[in-house]
Design a protein around this ligand. Sequence first.
Ligand code: BGC
Length: 352
Amino acid sequence: MTKYQSLIPKYFDSVIEGKNTHLLLLKNEGGMQVLLTDYGARIVSILVPDNKGNLVDVALGFDSIQGYLEADEKYHGCTAGRFANRIANGKFELNGKQYTLPQNNGINCLHGGISGFHDKVWDRRVTYQSHVEFYYVSKDGEEGFPGNLKTMVSYTLTRNNEIIIKYHAQSDADTPINLTNHTYFNLDGEGSGDILQQVLQINSDEVLFVDEHQIPTAIVPVEGTPFDFRLPKKIVQDITENDEQLILAKGYDHCYVNNKPISQPCATAYSKNTGIQLDVYTTEPGVQLYTGNWMTGNDIGKRGNKYLPYAGFCLETQHFPDSPNQADFPSTLLKAGAQFDSETHFKFSIKK
Ligand code: BGC
Protein backbone atom coordinates (compact mmCIF):
# COMPACT_ATOMS: atom_id res chain seq x y z
CA MET A 1 0.00 0.00 0.00
CA THR A 2 1.14 3.50 -0.69
CA LYS A 3 -0.40 6.94 -0.70
CA TYR A 4 2.35 7.81 -3.15
CA GLN A 5 0.74 7.32 -6.55
CA SER A 6 2.96 6.11 -9.31
CA LEU A 7 4.55 8.60 -11.61
CA ILE A 8 3.43 8.60 -15.23
CA PRO A 9 6.27 7.50 -17.54
CA LYS A 10 5.00 9.48 -20.51
CA TYR A 11 5.63 12.73 -18.64
CA PHE A 12 9.30 11.80 -18.71
CA ASP A 13 9.34 11.21 -22.48
CA SER A 14 10.83 14.37 -23.85
CA VAL A 15 13.58 15.49 -26.20
CA ILE A 16 16.40 17.70 -24.96
CA GLU A 17 19.05 18.83 -27.43
CA GLY A 18 18.01 16.02 -29.78
CA LYS A 19 18.19 13.27 -27.15
CA ASN A 20 15.23 11.33 -25.76
CA THR A 21 14.59 11.24 -22.04
CA HIS A 22 12.89 8.43 -20.11
CA LEU A 23 11.63 7.31 -16.72
CA LEU A 24 13.35 4.09 -15.59
CA LEU A 25 12.35 1.70 -12.83
CA LEU A 26 14.45 -0.48 -10.53
CA LYS A 27 12.70 -2.77 -8.06
CA ASN A 28 13.50 -5.58 -5.65
CA GLU A 29 11.78 -8.48 -3.86
CA GLY A 30 11.15 -6.35 -0.79
CA GLY A 31 8.92 -4.03 -2.78
CA MET A 32 11.39 -1.17 -2.87
CA GLN A 33 11.32 0.88 -6.07
CA VAL A 34 13.75 3.45 -7.39
CA LEU A 35 12.75 5.64 -10.32
CA LEU A 36 15.41 7.39 -12.33
CA THR A 37 15.71 9.51 -15.41
CA ASP A 38 18.49 9.85 -17.94
CA TYR A 39 18.08 13.64 -17.77
CA GLY A 40 20.89 14.36 -15.29
CA ALA A 41 21.43 10.62 -14.50
CA ARG A 42 19.16 11.34 -11.58
CA ILE A 43 17.02 9.72 -8.93
CA VAL A 44 13.38 10.80 -9.26
CA SER A 45 11.79 8.70 -6.56
CA ILE A 46 12.77 6.22 -3.82
CA LEU A 47 9.87 4.16 -2.51
CA VAL A 48 10.77 2.26 0.66
CA PRO A 49 8.56 0.36 3.13
CA ASP A 50 7.94 2.12 6.43
CA ASN A 51 7.37 0.49 9.85
CA LYS A 52 3.80 -0.43 8.80
CA GLY A 53 4.88 -1.90 5.49
CA ASN A 54 3.53 1.04 3.46
CA LEU A 55 5.71 2.45 0.72
CA VAL A 56 6.96 5.98 1.35
CA ASP A 57 8.67 8.15 -1.27
CA VAL A 58 11.70 9.50 0.59
CA ALA A 59 13.22 11.49 -2.31
CA LEU A 60 12.14 14.95 -3.44
CA GLY A 61 11.64 15.60 -7.16
CA PHE A 62 9.16 16.36 -9.92
CA ASP A 63 6.57 14.38 -11.84
CA SER A 64 7.75 15.37 -15.33
CA ILE A 65 10.87 16.41 -17.22
CA GLN A 66 9.23 19.81 -17.58
CA GLY A 67 9.19 20.06 -13.79
CA TYR A 68 12.96 19.56 -13.66
CA LEU A 69 13.57 22.04 -16.49
CA GLU A 70 11.49 24.79 -14.91
CA ALA A 71 12.59 24.32 -11.30
CA ASP A 72 14.40 26.95 -9.25
CA GLU A 73 16.35 24.09 -7.71
CA LYS A 74 17.99 22.31 -10.64
CA TYR A 75 19.82 19.59 -8.77
CA HIS A 76 17.12 17.31 -7.32
CA GLY A 77 18.46 13.75 -7.34
CA CYS A 78 21.03 14.48 -10.02
CA THR A 79 24.59 13.48 -10.68
CA ALA A 80 26.41 16.76 -10.04
CA GLY A 81 29.58 17.26 -12.09
CA ARG A 82 32.08 17.62 -13.69
CA PHE A 83 32.94 19.31 -10.42
CA ALA A 84 30.29 19.05 -7.69
CA ASN A 85 30.18 21.91 -5.16
CA ARG A 86 32.03 25.20 -5.48
CA ILE A 87 35.16 26.39 -7.24
CA ALA A 88 36.09 29.86 -5.98
CA ASN A 89 35.80 32.70 -8.50
CA GLY A 90 35.13 30.08 -11.21
CA LYS A 91 38.88 29.79 -11.72
CA PHE A 92 41.65 27.27 -11.24
CA GLU A 93 45.16 26.71 -12.51
CA LEU A 94 46.37 23.42 -13.90
CA ASN A 95 49.73 22.60 -15.51
CA GLY A 96 50.54 26.32 -15.61
CA LYS A 97 47.33 27.29 -17.41
CA GLN A 98 44.40 29.34 -16.02
CA TYR A 99 40.92 27.92 -16.59
CA THR A 100 37.79 30.04 -16.36
CA LEU A 101 34.42 28.49 -15.59
CA PRO A 102 30.90 29.96 -15.51
CA GLN A 103 30.13 31.83 -12.28
CA ASN A 104 26.66 30.53 -11.57
CA ASN A 105 26.63 30.93 -7.78
CA GLY A 106 27.67 34.46 -6.89
CA ILE A 107 31.32 34.56 -7.89
CA ASN A 108 31.71 30.75 -7.71
CA CYS A 109 31.24 27.98 -10.18
CA LEU A 110 28.74 25.56 -8.58
CA HIS A 111 28.10 21.92 -9.61
CA GLY A 112 30.02 22.08 -12.90
CA GLY A 113 28.60 25.33 -14.26
CA ILE A 114 25.38 26.46 -15.86
CA SER A 115 24.90 23.32 -17.90
CA GLY A 116 26.68 20.77 -15.73
CA PHE A 117 26.02 17.01 -15.70
CA HIS A 118 22.59 17.60 -14.12
CA ASP A 119 21.52 19.23 -17.37
CA LYS A 120 22.69 16.53 -19.79
CA VAL A 121 20.79 13.60 -21.24
CA TRP A 122 22.90 10.54 -20.52
CA ASP A 123 22.89 7.33 -22.56
CA ARG A 124 21.55 4.42 -20.59
CA ARG A 125 21.56 0.65 -20.22
CA VAL A 126 19.13 -1.13 -17.88
CA THR A 127 19.64 -4.72 -16.70
CA TYR A 128 16.82 -6.78 -15.16
CA GLN A 129 15.25 -3.84 -13.36
CA SER A 130 17.96 -3.95 -10.72
CA HIS A 131 20.81 -2.11 -12.40
CA VAL A 132 21.11 0.89 -14.67
CA GLU A 133 24.21 2.44 -16.20
CA PHE A 134 24.32 6.00 -17.47
CA TYR A 135 27.03 7.23 -19.84
CA TYR A 136 28.03 10.72 -20.81
CA VAL A 137 30.98 12.15 -22.71
CA SER A 138 31.81 15.69 -21.64
CA LYS A 139 33.72 17.38 -24.44
CA ASP A 140 37.02 19.18 -23.99
CA GLY A 141 36.19 22.77 -23.04
CA GLU A 142 32.62 22.02 -21.92
CA GLU A 143 31.74 24.58 -19.21
CA GLY A 144 35.42 25.57 -19.32
CA PHE A 145 36.93 22.24 -18.18
CA PRO A 146 39.86 20.59 -19.98
CA GLY A 147 39.81 17.13 -21.58
CA ASN A 148 37.24 14.85 -23.15
CA LEU A 149 35.85 13.09 -20.10
CA LYS A 150 33.99 9.78 -20.46
CA THR A 151 31.79 9.26 -17.42
CA MET A 152 29.73 6.31 -16.24
CA VAL A 153 27.37 6.35 -13.26
CA SER A 154 25.59 3.16 -12.26
CA TYR A 155 22.77 2.55 -9.82
CA THR A 156 22.12 -0.93 -8.43
CA LEU A 157 19.19 -1.74 -6.17
CA THR A 158 20.06 -4.72 -3.97
CA ARG A 159 17.70 -7.13 -2.22
CA ASN A 160 18.82 -5.48 1.07
CA ASN A 161 17.16 -2.18 0.14
CA GLU A 162 20.45 -0.60 -0.73
CA ILE A 163 21.16 1.72 -3.64
CA ILE A 164 24.75 1.29 -4.77
CA ILE A 165 26.08 4.16 -6.86
CA LYS A 166 29.36 3.71 -8.72
CA TYR A 167 31.18 6.36 -10.69
CA HIS A 168 33.90 5.75 -13.27
CA ALA A 169 35.57 8.31 -15.48
CA GLN A 170 38.52 8.70 -17.78
CA SER A 171 39.86 11.77 -19.54
CA ASP A 172 42.30 12.35 -22.39
CA ALA A 173 43.76 15.38 -20.59
CA ASP A 174 44.34 16.27 -16.94
CA THR A 175 41.15 17.61 -15.37
CA PRO A 176 39.64 18.18 -11.93
CA ILE A 177 36.70 15.91 -11.17
CA ASN A 178 34.25 15.65 -8.27
CA LEU A 179 31.03 13.69 -8.67
CA THR A 180 28.15 13.34 -6.25
CA ASN A 181 24.49 12.45 -6.04
CA HIS A 182 22.27 15.34 -5.04
CA THR A 183 19.15 13.60 -3.73
CA TYR A 184 17.11 15.53 -1.20
CA PHE A 185 15.84 13.02 1.36
CA ASN A 186 12.82 13.38 3.58
CA LEU A 187 12.37 10.21 5.64
CA ASP A 188 8.81 11.22 6.59
CA GLY A 189 8.01 11.22 2.87
CA GLU A 190 8.60 13.95 0.30
CA GLY A 191 6.20 16.85 0.56
CA SER A 192 5.25 15.96 4.14
CA GLY A 193 6.80 19.09 5.65
CA ASP A 194 10.31 19.87 6.82
CA ILE A 195 13.06 17.51 7.92
CA LEU A 196 13.92 19.38 11.11
CA GLN A 197 12.61 16.73 13.52
CA GLN A 198 14.53 13.95 11.78
CA VAL A 199 17.54 12.56 13.56
CA LEU A 200 21.00 12.67 12.08
CA GLN A 201 24.35 11.23 13.02
CA ILE A 202 27.55 12.11 11.14
CA ASN A 203 30.54 10.06 12.16
CA SER A 204 33.00 12.85 11.67
CA ASP A 205 35.26 14.82 14.01
CA GLU A 206 35.91 17.69 11.62
CA VAL A 207 34.01 20.05 9.36
CA LEU A 208 35.08 22.66 6.81
CA PHE A 209 34.21 26.21 7.79
CA VAL A 210 33.58 28.63 4.93
CA ASP A 211 33.79 32.32 4.07
CA GLU A 212 30.88 34.52 2.98
CA HIS A 213 31.04 32.95 -0.50
CA GLN A 214 30.85 29.46 1.07
CA ILE A 215 34.44 28.67 0.11
CA PRO A 216 36.34 26.60 2.71
CA THR A 217 38.75 28.53 4.92
CA ALA A 218 39.57 26.04 7.70
CA ILE A 219 39.12 22.45 8.86
CA VAL A 220 37.68 22.71 12.36
CA PRO A 221 36.95 20.13 15.10
CA VAL A 222 33.16 19.71 15.54
CA GLU A 223 33.60 19.37 19.32
CA GLY A 224 31.68 22.10 21.14
CA THR A 225 30.05 23.47 17.96
CA PRO A 226 26.52 23.09 16.53
CA PHE A 227 28.20 20.98 13.83
CA ASP A 228 28.77 18.09 16.20
CA PHE A 229 26.57 15.21 14.97
CA ARG A 230 28.80 12.45 16.37
CA LEU A 231 25.92 11.37 18.58
CA PRO A 232 22.48 11.22 16.95
CA LYS A 233 20.51 14.46 17.34
CA LYS A 234 17.53 16.10 15.69
CA ILE A 235 18.54 18.32 12.80
CA VAL A 236 16.64 21.17 14.47
CA GLN A 237 18.52 20.89 17.75
CA ASP A 238 21.26 23.45 17.09
CA ILE A 239 20.32 24.80 13.65
CA THR A 240 19.02 28.13 14.96
CA GLU A 241 22.02 28.79 17.23
CA ASN A 242 23.60 32.18 16.96
CA ASP A 243 26.56 30.81 15.07
CA GLU A 244 28.35 32.68 12.29
CA GLN A 245 28.67 29.60 10.08
CA LEU A 246 25.00 28.65 10.40
CA ILE A 247 23.86 32.22 9.82
CA LEU A 248 25.82 32.72 6.62
CA ALA A 249 24.59 29.43 5.15
CA LYS A 250 21.05 29.78 6.59
CA GLY A 251 21.50 26.35 8.18
CA TYR A 252 23.81 23.44 7.47
CA ASP A 253 25.56 23.61 4.11
CA HIS A 254 28.99 22.32 5.06
CA CYS A 255 31.38 19.56 4.13
CA TYR A 256 32.37 17.07 6.84
CA VAL A 257 35.67 15.22 6.74
CA ASN A 258 34.99 11.50 6.33
CA ASN A 259 37.60 9.09 7.63
CA LYS A 260 35.37 6.03 7.62
CA PRO A 261 36.03 3.21 5.16
CA ILE A 262 33.10 2.23 2.94
CA SER A 263 32.31 -0.69 5.29
CA GLN A 264 31.15 1.77 7.99
CA PRO A 265 28.48 4.46 7.67
CA CYS A 266 29.71 8.03 7.37
CA ALA A 267 26.20 9.23 8.21
CA THR A 268 22.87 7.86 9.42
CA ALA A 269 19.48 9.55 9.39
CA TYR A 270 16.22 8.40 10.93
CA SER A 271 12.56 9.38 11.15
CA LYS A 272 10.52 8.53 14.23
CA ASN A 273 7.28 8.81 12.25
CA THR A 274 8.03 6.22 9.59
CA GLY A 275 10.81 4.31 11.36
CA ILE A 276 12.85 4.62 8.16
CA GLN A 277 16.60 4.75 8.61
CA LEU A 278 19.11 5.75 5.95
CA ASP A 279 22.78 4.78 6.23
CA VAL A 280 25.29 6.38 3.91
CA TYR A 281 28.57 4.67 3.02
CA THR A 282 31.24 6.04 0.73
CA THR A 283 34.79 5.92 -0.54
CA GLU A 284 34.82 9.73 -0.67
CA PRO A 285 36.80 11.84 1.85
CA GLY A 286 33.91 14.24 2.46
CA VAL A 287 30.17 14.50 2.89
CA GLN A 288 28.31 17.77 2.41
CA LEU A 289 25.34 18.14 4.73
CA TYR A 290 22.89 20.50 3.05
CA THR A 291 19.54 21.09 4.75
CA GLY A 292 17.77 22.68 1.77
CA ASN A 293 18.29 26.17 3.18
CA TRP A 294 18.09 27.95 -0.15
CA MET A 295 14.86 26.36 -1.41
CA THR A 296 12.52 29.11 -2.52
CA GLY A 297 9.05 27.63 -2.11
CA ASN A 298 8.41 28.30 -5.81
CA ASP A 299 8.95 24.68 -6.78
CA ILE A 300 5.92 22.41 -6.68
CA GLY A 301 7.10 18.83 -6.19
CA LYS A 302 5.85 15.44 -7.35
CA ARG A 303 2.52 15.37 -5.62
CA GLY A 304 1.67 19.04 -5.73
CA ASN A 305 3.56 19.98 -2.58
CA LYS A 306 5.57 23.19 -2.31
CA TYR A 307 9.24 22.71 -1.54
CA LEU A 308 9.92 25.24 1.19
CA PRO A 309 13.30 25.67 2.93
CA TYR A 310 14.29 22.51 4.87
CA ALA A 311 11.90 20.29 2.83
CA GLY A 312 14.74 17.81 2.39
CA PHE A 313 18.35 17.18 3.39
CA CYS A 314 21.23 16.10 1.17
CA LEU A 315 24.19 13.99 2.20
CA GLU A 316 26.45 14.62 -0.78
CA THR A 317 29.46 12.33 -0.68
CA GLN A 318 32.34 14.05 -2.42
CA HIS A 319 35.81 15.57 -2.31
CA PHE A 320 36.13 18.91 -0.56
CA PRO A 321 34.77 22.08 -2.19
CA ASP A 322 37.26 24.22 -4.08
CA SER A 323 39.90 21.46 -4.05
CA PRO A 324 41.50 22.62 -7.33
CA ASN A 325 42.52 25.83 -5.51
CA GLN A 326 43.43 24.28 -2.15
CA ALA A 327 46.71 22.38 -2.29
CA ASP A 328 46.24 20.82 1.19
CA PHE A 329 42.97 19.09 0.30
CA PRO A 330 42.82 15.52 -1.06
CA SER A 331 43.47 15.92 -4.76
CA THR A 332 40.63 16.05 -7.28
CA LEU A 333 43.02 15.86 -10.22
CA LEU A 334 42.31 13.08 -12.70
CA LYS A 335 45.41 12.53 -14.80
CA ALA A 336 45.06 11.90 -18.52
CA GLY A 337 44.44 8.20 -19.14
CA ALA A 338 43.97 7.34 -15.46
CA GLN A 339 40.77 5.83 -14.09
CA PHE A 340 38.48 7.68 -11.65
CA ASP A 341 36.47 5.43 -9.34
CA SER A 342 34.14 6.32 -6.53
CA GLU A 343 31.34 4.52 -4.72
CA THR A 344 28.47 5.48 -2.43
CA HIS A 345 25.71 3.38 -0.85
CA PHE A 346 22.35 4.57 0.43
CA LYS A 347 20.97 1.79 2.61
CA PHE A 348 17.40 1.83 3.91
CA SER A 349 16.06 -0.14 6.85
CA ILE A 350 13.56 0.09 9.68
CA LYS A 351 15.17 1.13 12.94
CA LYS A 352 14.87 -1.60 15.52
C1 BGC B 1 25.20 23.37 -2.07
C2 BGC B 1 24.19 24.45 -1.76
C3 BGC B 1 23.42 24.73 -3.00
C4 BGC B 1 22.78 23.46 -3.46
C5 BGC B 1 22.07 23.64 -4.74
C6 BGC B 1 24.47 22.15 -2.50
O1 BGC B 1 25.37 21.14 -2.82
O2 BGC B 1 26.05 23.10 -1.00
O3 BGC B 1 24.79 25.62 -1.31
O4 BGC B 1 22.47 25.72 -2.79
O5 BGC B 1 23.74 22.45 -3.63
O6 BGC B 1 21.39 22.49 -4.98
